[in-house]
Design a protein around this ligand. Structure first.
Ligand SMILES: Nc1ncnc2c1ncn2[C@@H]1O[C@H](COP(=O)(O)OP(=O)(O)OP(=O)(O)O)[C@@H](O)[C@H]1O
Length: 211
């Protein structure tokens, strides 16, 4: 699905060659500051490599229209922005942005249940805790039904039990719907349990991977 060749970004990343498979759950592990977030951002062209090439479905990502690419490859950042207004507003704005009618008949309440967010649609999204905002953002991403989900430490402000539940749910979703998930995680246990492939990034380089 993705192929990177001799990709360099500032003095942060230096990736000789890597392929990321379609329909795989790929986990990215590594020390803080090693370049994991930067790696994800390159995949939907939020940032452009200084050198080298990145292919998505055999086409150089520089040749995709950026908005079209980001509809297919959606990133959930560590600290996602929440739209002002209610939880329902957040879903409605997302659907408007999506514009592609992909979110046909998705029930907002079911979506909240899926991400274990025990709130009303009319609740003010601003009042949610950090972990709850992250789950709302995850629900918004699911509404977009992207082909590829890039999750940057989706569980960073969640307790262990909720974290596991959410990851299980995302992985189930990805597998049932033939999607591709690339997730940065701090937890080797989560990576071992859910990923088809684990990539270790240290100091900007891929130091090991495991199938
Ligand atoms: N736009 C930028 N310009 C300069 N330096 C940057 C930029 N973005 C990130 N960095 C630096 O690059 C390094 C890698 O950052 P990155 O966020 O990719 O690491 P990470 O592995 O995701 O870390 P963490 O696990 O702490 O989230 C860090 O030292 C960071 O400070």
């Amino acid at each position: 699905m993705f192929e990177l060749k001799n990709v360099k970004y500032k003095n942060i990343l230096d990736i000789e060659k890597v392929k990321l498979n379609k329909n795989f759950v790929t986990a990215i592990l590594g020390s803080s500051g090693g370049g994991k977030t930067t790696f994800l951002k390159l995949l939907n062209n939020m940032i452009s490599a200084d050198q080298g090439e990145i292919f998505f479905k055999n086409k150089n990502i520089e040749n995709y229209e950026p908005v079209a690419l980001r509809r297919e490859v959606v990133m959930l950042p560590q600290d996602p922005a929440i739209f002002r207004g209610s939880i329902r507003d957040n879903f409605q704005i997302t659907e408007k942005i999506a514009e592609n009618g992909s979110s046909k008949n998705i029930n907002y309440k079911d979506l909240l249940k899926k991400v274990s967010l025990n709130k009303n649609l009319s609740d003010n999204a601003d009042n949610l805790s950090g972990g709850e905002k992250q789950r709302l953002a995850l629900a918004r991403v699911m509404l977009l039904e992207p082909e590829v989900l890039l999750l940057d430490e989706p569980s960073s402000s969640l307790d262990k039990k909720t974290e596991e539940k959410i990851i299980q749910m995302v992985v189930d979703y990805v597998r049932e719907n033939d999607r591709t998930l690339i997730m940065v995680t701090h937890s080797p246990e989560i990576a071992e349990k859910y990923a088809d492939r684990i990539i270790n990034i240290e100091k900007g380089r891929i130091v090991s991977w495991k199938n």
